[in-house]
Design a protein. Sequence first.
Length: 126
Amino acid sequence: MPEAAEWRLRPSRQQFWLNLLAGGLLCLFTALVAPVLIPLACGLTLVLIRHSWRVQRLGVDHQGWWLDRGKGREYVSWCAGSIRRRHLLVLNWSWMPWDSLLIRADSMAGDDDFRRLKAALYHSWH
């Protein structure tokens, strides 16, 4: 078990623009295919962008890994299917697809914080 640590997370600008681009493409596709679905697609995009960042803090202590969504700590254990890339982590704590935490390098205060988080998660500095 790694020693106690905590990281403050912030919304990723890169992920925001990717969500906005995906939503825009979805709206364009919907406009071409089914004009009736435009309000639904735009509403879904707004909900996706507004609620895509729920986790405010992530940390680990002697009891394990925890998430803070603004209502206190919720202890989690990471499930199979998590993804580790150079500038991206996707952590799953449940089999539900929406119980995933997508952390990009720009979600952290600096690159060193992102490397420390990956090291704490995977016990290495790669």
